[in-house]
Write a protein that binds this ligand. Sequence first.
Ligand code: MG
Length: 251
Amino acid sequence: MKRIKLLLFLSLIVFSIGAQTRVVAHRGFWKTDGSAQNSIASLSKADSIGAYGSEFDVWLTADDSLVVNHDRVFKGINFPEATAAEVASIRLDNGESVPTLAEYLNEAKKYPDLRLVLEVKTYGDDSARQTLACQKIVDMVDASGLRDRTDYIAFSLFACKELHRLSPDRPVYYLEGDLSPKEVKELGFAGIDYSYKALSKHPEWIEEAKNEGLEINVWTVDSPEIMQELIDKKVDFITTNRPDLLLQLLN
Ligand code: MG
């Protein structure tokens, strides 16, 4: 009997640890000295503060190279229309070059506890470029050996479907915020990754997602009050530009 009680107690502890909201650093941890959005430094700094995951954005250049950056047009260079050499000429605010995806993944190998949350950018109506971007990204992640700790996110529903088709055992989260959890579940995705604004229009989606067995990630939350509200609602992940602040709230 004592043993059963002990087992129950231990499983309760495991359950409560598992239920805690996890911290995803938005574009890495960049609001700190020596860092910049989507830089190699932002990845190492996300790991150094103990973030669960680090989010980053990936573009396919016109000459079919994969590079890490958020903006479509950044420092005068239009990423999907530029060559890899043009992108390599850009300096980030911390002095780094724009990382290639290969460089970024290589760095990520140093941080085995860090989850990679890879956003596939959108190519409008160009389904051929979108398909190629998804294919090349999945191939590179798989070849890097980081498949098991990479999650995929995208605003494009088409891209999410492609990612799910190419990597059916990996979590895919939809970002756009216009589908109910039931619809997302039917598509086979792992969860919703919606803005706080989108979720505020449909507060019932948090419970609905839980009932559907989907995970819930909310972006981009930098206010401590909203962080606390979402922690209390037991969302699975919060994506934030202030992972340091969120970690303080959780500890
Ligand atoms: Mg992003």
